[in-house]
Write a protein that binds this ligand. Sequence first.
Ligand SMILES: C[S@@+](CC[C@H](N)C(=O)[O-])C[C@H]1O[C@@H](n2cnc3c(N)ncnc32)[C@H](O)[C@@H]1O
Length: 252
Amino acid sequence: MGEDDLADGWFPESVAAGYDDPGGANAPEAVLPVVDVLEDLAAGGPVLEFAVGTGRIAAPLATRGVAVSGIELSRAMAARITDKPGGDRVEVTIGDMTTTRVPGQFSLAYLVFNTISNVTTQDGQVDVFCNAAAHLRTGGLFLIEVGVPDLRRLPPGQDTVPFRVEPGPDGGGRLGFDQYDVASQQFTSNHVTVTASGEGRFWRIPFRYAWPAEMDLMARIAGLSLKHRWAGWDRSPFTAQSTSHVSVWQKR
Ligand SMILES: C[S@@+](CC[C@H](N)C(=O)[O-])C[C@H]1O[C@@H](n2cnc3c(N)ncnc32)[C@H](O)[C@@H]1O
C-alpha cells in the first residue's frame, strides 16, 4: 500500500474503484427507499452524512433539493461523489467522523450501511454519537443503519459465520465469512473472490459490533433519546428476529 492508500484507511483506491459497481447496494431498489426515508426525516432542513463514501446515498438525496454535507476519511472514495448526478451539490469534508466538525446546524445526521462498526473501539463509537449530536439543532435527528450481531448463529466453540458462498460473475466464486471475538466485541469480515482461472483476492476488514441497547446508551451519553427503531427502510417493526435495524435518536 502507498502512503495515500494508508491515509484512506480500509477504503483505498483499490476498494473505491469497485465500490460503485452496479447492482446490490447500488441498485435503485436498494438506494431509493433509503433516500425516501432520509428526505422525509430531514423535513426540509440540511443533513449531514457521516462516512459519505462515494455518495451512493448523498448524491441522489441532493437531487431531491436537500442540502447535503458529508464527512469522509477516504479521498479515494470521496473523489467519486461528483461523478454522480447531484454529487456536485454535496459539500464534502475529508476527515474522521469521530472528531471532524463541519459548519452548520443540521436537522438530520445519518450513518448508514453498517459503518458505525468501522469504528473499532467503544470510545470511538461514543465519539461518533457525540460528534453527531454536536452538529444537530435541538430536536434534530441522528439515524444509524446497522446489522444486529449474528451471534445467535454461533454454537459454542465456533467463531465463524459464513454470509456468502456463491458463483462469481465470471464463472469463479465469491466467499464471505465473519469471524467473531465475543470477549472483545471485535469481528473481522473476510471476502474471498476467485476467478474462473483460479486467481484469487482476499480482503478483510475489522469491525466492532454493538447491540441496539448499547447504542441507546451511547446516544444517552450524547444527549439523544430513541425516537424510532425499525427493522429496515420500510419502517417495519424491529423484533427479536430482525437481522438489522434503522434507529433514530432525537437531540433533547
Ligand atoms: C461501507 S462504506 C459506506 C459509504 C456510504 N455511506 C454508503 O452508504 O455507500 C464505509 C465508508 O466509511 C468510511 N469511514 C470509515 N471510517 C470512517 C471514519 N472514522 N470517519 C469517516 N469516514 C469513515 C470509509 O472510508 C468508507 O467510505
